[in-house]
Structure formats: C-alpha cells, structure tokens
Design a binder for this molecule. Structure first.
Ligand code: SUG
Length: 453
C-alpha cells in the first residue's frame, strides 16, 4: 500500500506566554513570568511548516484553541460578562486564569494518538484525542481538538475520531508524544510502541516511579488507545519510561527518543529495561516483515548526557524520510550550540553509516522556552492517497497558505505578552477576531464555541 506521512503542525495561538504551568518540564519552569513574543512564536512555527513543505514533505496546519477559555472560568464559578470574569479571575485566582489562557494547544504531538488504516482492524484511520488530564491547562484541550479533527477528517468511511480515554486519577493520556510507529515504509504494517510513565499494577515496586517529577502517561490509557484502534497484538509493544529520565525533565518520551520507518534514535536512559525492550522491538519488527532490520541508534550518556539531551531537545527533532530517499533530522537550533550534541550530530552524518543524511537546525526558541521542540509541534498522520485527497485544501501548507497565514499573524498578533496581560479583555477580543478569520482562511467552517452560539 502506498502511503505518505503528513505532518499537521499546531499554529501558535495569540496568547502565547510563559506561565510556568508544567511541573516536570524544566524549560516551562525556568521561564515562568518572562515576556513572550506571540508574533515571533507564530512566525517561527509557520517558517518550520514552510521549511518542511519546501523539502517536498506533505504538511498541514491545525488551528489554535480559543483562549482565555471563558467557558472554563465559568465552570470554576465566575460569572458576569467576559470582561468581569477576566477581572475577577485575575484578582481571585490568577493561577487559574493563566491555565485558562495558555496557548498550549500548539504542541499537537499531545493532541491525539493516530493509527493508520493499514494497522487497524477495520481499515480506517483512527484518532484518539488525548485527555491530557495531568495538567489543568492542557486538560481543557480535548473538546476543541475533537472539533478540529472532526472538521478536517470528516469522512466516516475513512476516519474514526474516538472520544478521549476517560480522565481520572492516574489515567493520563498525552497522545502521540508517547507513541512511535515503525515500518519498513509508511504504507506497510507498523509496529506501534506505546510508552507510559506509570502503571497501576506496579506502583508498589521500588524504583519504578520517579521521585522528583510526576509521570503523565498511564499504562491503562495507552492500552485503551491500542484497543480502541483495533491494533493486532503482534503490532503493539508497551514500554515504561525510565524514572530517572522523568526526573531529569523527560515529561514525554519524545524528549528522549524519535523513530521513523525502520530507524529508532534513542537515548540509553529512555526506558526501564531498555536492553530487553530493544531486543523485543527488533525481534517483533523482523517477524512482521520477513527478517527486516530495525536500525536502533542508541546514544550513550557518555556521548550526550541526559541533561544535554533535555536542554538541547536533540531527540525532539523530527526524523523524516526525504522524497529522494534517505532521512533528515529537523533539529532545534539549541542542538547546534550544545557542544556534546553538535559533536554527536556531526559524527552521525559524517559516518555515513545510518540512513540519516542531513541535519537542519530551526529557530523555534519561543516554543522551546516552554519545552516544545520541533516534534512537539507536529502530529504525524500516515495516509493513503485516497485519504489524503479527503483533507480540506485550505489546511495544506504551500507558498500561498504560508503567505496568507504570515499576513494574518502580522495583522492580529501582539509583539509581546506577559502574564499580567492575560486579564485584558482586549486580548480576548483580538484572539476571537483572529480565530474567526482563520477558520475562513483554512476553509473549516465554525469550530469555536464563540462561533457556535
Ligand atoms: O505540556 N508546555 C507543554 C510542552 C509540551 C511539549 N510536548 C511534547 N513533548 N510533545 C507541556 O508541558 C508550558 C506552558 C507554560 O508554562 O506556560 C507547557 O504547557
């Protein structure tokens, strides 16, 4: 079956700011309260999408969510008109207002888990929006994610959009950031690796849980997604994050590993029981594909210490197959300035012994300061040609879409924003105006609550 991988990138929303909302995400914690640049952030994201499209890779865009979320503030008991609600929340519950104003929907690797038709039992593409229940600011994303996915993947013969896994204590699902699919080519049957941080069955075992930072992804949620997507057992592997990695700031597995087709680039401290996991992955991959080899590039801590992996976001690079063959890493610019990582990457390319032929460094500093690298900003969807043709043309990235979205950002986004600005009713108005125009630009119809009333 011929298929392509199309990347959907989350467009940075107009309220992009640094609120320090994510315990366990060291960049978010370090930048709390600093001044953000929403316009620069959105333009950096658009430049990445354009860069990918210019490499000849299918690229599309997912719209940001409406923020501040007045509906959430109302659910917390605030009442009156929008301006009164914002004023009261800023005064009595500033932390709540910050959670309701985050532009965190940009990190769409956490929006959903996706399984292509070739893997699922019913021959359809399956999406499960993540419940994101371990952080309040992210737990309010799933309903809008569902609406956006249903507007884009609207043909029920081809696509299934599930409800999120029910939220509950210890039931967190963080989407594709903890999921990797291996196959000799995108269109072939895939081996799907579901990564979790905690498992209610083993909490008592010593050393199995991080001590410093919380784990976000539950085994029960990963298992539910795999079941819902009708994946055959022989195509599913579960693995637990190394607790040391979580404690070092690896709040999602895509901060220590990245896979593409038959290549897995992984830090040696990514998983508990890593040696046997890698053996199992190789064995299962070979069994699925008549002895084919899964190429595992395991990076030693002596080469790249875990702290440097987290600081540089090396493993949060996108690993993509180029149209002319070979693979490229799309890395954050921080990888070029980190001496260990730069040296590792230069050697990797110079060796010529792996399918990775090129490294491109992109400036995504605005998102990086909140712990969001290249891979966080994109949701991978493997589609056959007929499925690709069903996607609304307006969300596909090309020169024209890029030009129009750049102009749109320049018209609507503020140059700078700090947490105190989040209570400004003007900001809410500006955001709604921007999003209303965006749905027209992307040809998506009405998808926001403010458009639906
Ligand atoms: O959930 N940061 C996001 C970053 C998500 C990165 N995604 C992946 N690794 N796939 C998070 O921690 C910070 C927001 C703030 O502090 O203002 C934030 O939500």
């Amino acid at each position: 079956m011929k298929a392509v991988e199309i990347n959907f990138d989350g467009l940075v929303g107009p309220t992009h700011n640094y609120a320090g909302l994510s315990l366990g995400n060291v960049a978010s914690m370090a930048h709390r309260g600093t001044v953000a640049n929403p316009r620069a952030a959105a333009l950096q994201g658009l430049a990445k999408m354009k860069f990918m499209a210019d490499l000849g890779l299918p690229q599309a865009v997912l719209p940001p969510h409406e923020r501040p979320s007045i509906a959430t503030l109302r659910a917390f008991g605030f009442s009156g008109n929008d301006a009164a609600i914002l004023r009261a929340a800023a005064r009595h519950a500033p932390e709540l207002l910050r959670a309701c104003a985050s532009a965190s929907s940009m990190w769409v690797a956490n929006a959903a888990t996706v399984s292509p038709a070739v893997d699922s039992g019913d021959g359809r593409v399956h999406f499960t929006p993540a419940n994101l229940n371990s952080k309040l600011h992210r737990s309010i994303e799933p309903p809008q994610t569902g609406r956006a996915l249903r507007a884009i993947f609207c043909e029920p013969e081809a696509f299934v959009i599930h409800d999120p896994v029910p939220a509950g204590q210890g039931n967190g699902d963080e989407g594709a950031a903890n999921h990797t699919r291996f196959a000799p080519a995108h269109g072939r049957r895939g081996l799907q690796l579901f990564v979790f941080g905690h498992d209610h069955r083993v909490t008592a075992r010593s050393g199995s849980l991080p001590r410093r930072f919380p784990s976000r992804q539950a085994f029960a949620a990963s298992a539910a997604v795999a079941r819902g997507h009708l994946l055959p057992d022989c195509q599913v592997v579960f693995a637990r994050q190394h607790p040391e990695a979580i404690d070092a700031g690896v709040f999602h597995n895509d901060v220590v590993s990245v896979g593409n087709e038959n290549v897995f680039l992984v830090h040696e401290l990514a998983f508990a029981g890593q040696r046997s996991l890698l053996r199992e992955l190789r064995r299962r991959f070979a069994a699925l594909h008549r002895g084919a080899e899964l190429i595992v590039l395991e990076v030693r801590a002596a080469e790249v210490p875990l702290a440097d992996a987290v600081r540089s976001y090396l493993f949060n690079s996108q690993l993509v197959t180029l149209p002319a063959g070979g693979m490229a890493l799309i890395a954050p610019i921080e990888c070029r300035t980190n001496p260990h990582v730069r040296c590792f990457l230069e050697n990797l390319i110079a060796s010529g012994r792996t399918p990775i032929r090129q490294v491109h460094y992109l400036d995504l500093r605005q998102s990086m300061r909140n712990g969001g690298g290249p891979a966080c900003l994109r949701l991978r969807v493997v589609l056959r040609e007929a499925e690709l043709a069903l996607i609304p043309a307006g969300v596909r990235m090309n020169d024209r879409t890029h030009r129009r979205l750049v102009r749109w950002v320049e018209r609507h986004y503020r140059e700078s924003l700090q947490p105190a600005d989040l209570a400004d009713p003007q900001l809410l108005e500006e955001s709604r105006r921007a999003l209303d125009e965006l749905t027209q630009l992307l040809g998506l119809g009405s998808i926001y609550p403010f458009q639906l009333v």
